[in-house]
Design a protein. Structure first.
Ligand code: GRF
Length: 207
């Protein structure tokens, strides 16, 4: 049984997709053992409570230094005895010591087809604003392993979504969530839970 801890910072729609997929059996061999937010006010924590999942807030504001926050975050993840850490809209930089300890065991959902519209400053609506500004005809989402860079880890799954005439950033974001994020994040977790994902020469092989 894969023990999964989900890190959140916002509305938690990706967390909800994972919760629903476990309940529906489309994610197998998996238990969500904890949810951690960096913000006490976010609806994602409500979603965890409603699903009866242990949850807590660990905010940088609660600590006198970033190093103290980093240690508290890592201790909390260790405390859940996580096999896999899922960043579902998590907006805080993951400490290097955590990336080291959970090498190829932290995954992130990014709302673009990496390497487009990713890296520092590309998160949330900003990703979709940049895509519309560029006039691309296809966008999408990517699930990737987390390494020391920003959105640079080995790509696990991607799914493309068409841009439609007259799209606003909000409309496009919702379509990318509905048609890509909420599908490929649960799918990636299920593949990992069933031992079908390996990293070979820095690239993901799905068996
Ligand atoms: C969204 O912008 C999503 O594209 C990205 O994180 C943000 C919050 O998503 N992955 P969620 O509703 O909190 O899962």
């Amino acid at each position: 049984m894969l023990r999964v801890v989900v890190l959140v910072s916002g509305g938690g729609t990706n967390l909800q997709a994972i919760i629903d997929a476990v309940a529906a059996g489309t994610i197998t061999n998996t238990e969500i053992v904890g949810v951690i937010s960096n913000n006490p006010e976010v609806y994602a924590l409500e979603r965890a409570k409603k699903a009866g999942i242990p949850n807590l807030c660990i905010s940088p504001k609660q600590y006198e230094s970033r190093d103290a926050f980093n240690r508290a975050l890592l201790n909390a993840v260790d405390g859940f005895q996580a096999d896999l850490v899922v960043l579902a809209g998590f907006l805080v930089v993951i400490p290097e010591m955590m990336i080291e300890r959970y090498r190829n065991r932290i995954i992130n959902i990014h709302p673009s087809l990496i390497p487009s519209f990713c890296g520092t400053g590309f998160y949330g609506l900003k990703v979709h604003e940049a895509a519309l500004e560029k006039g691309v005809k296809v966008v999408g989402a990517t699930v990737h392993f987390v390494d020391e860079g920003t959105d640079t880890g080995a790509i696990i799954l991607q799914k493309a979504v068409e841009v439609q005439q007259g799209d606003t950033p909000e409309v496009l974001q919702r379509r990318v969530m509905e048609q890509a994020e909420w599908m490929i994040l649960p799918q990636a977790i299920d593949l990992i839970a069933n031992g079908r994902v390996e990293v070979v020469d820095g690239k993901v092989v799905i068996n």
